[in-house]
Design a protein. Structure first.
Length: 158
């Protein structure tokens, strides 16, 4: 069985599994990293949103063989470590605004929010309503108004 190596939340990891196993199941079932949630497995619900080299992506739809040895995967578990703090500013904004209801979608929402805020910052602009409207992460509990407020609050502290 092939061995796959990559960087996960700042540490190099290796797993033995078939090439076509999708990364979400490698993270959750083989590496025990369960922050990225399974919703659809089809790149639709965005519950699994994580980062690859700082950009948002959906590991439910990427085979582990597509991940390179030097690719850096960050899940919600490693987000605070990217800023060397107990919590990332976006996580703190989520707490301050008491965003979560059942919580299932929230790791993916936060990872999407951070990637969006970084992208806007790199472009030298603020997050717009159009940016927020374009987010496709599903929340069955309907926490969308608080998510929008928290993204703007968190982005202002990044
Ligand atoms: S589980 Fe990955 S997008 Fe739905
Ligand atoms: S908080 Fe329940 S699905 Fe979003």
């Amino acid at each position: 069985m092939p061995t796959h190596t990559f960087i996960l939340n700042g540490k190099r990891v290796s797993v033995d599994c078939e090439d076509d196993v999708r990364l979400l199941w490698v993270l959750r079932d083989l590496l025990g990293v369960t922050g990225p949630k399974y919703g659809c497995g089809l790149d639709v619900c965005k519950a699994c949103t994580s980062h690859i080299n700082g950009k948002a992506f959906n590991p439910c739809s990427v085979s582990v063989s597509k991940i390179g040895a030097n690719d850096e995967i960050t899940t919600i578990e490693g987000l605070a470590g990217t800023v060397n703090a107990p919590l990332h500013p976006m996580q703190q904004a989520w707490l301050d605004l008491d965003v979560a209801q059942c919580g299932y979608c929230q790791p993916g929402q936060i990872m999407t929010a951070v990637a969006l805020a970084k992208e806007a910052k790199a472009q030298g602009r603020s997050i717009t309503d159009d940016d927020l409207d374009a987010i496709r992460n599903v929340c069955r509990c309907g926490t969308y108004p608080r998510i929008r407020q928290a993204i703007e609050a968190g982005a202002a502290k990044m």
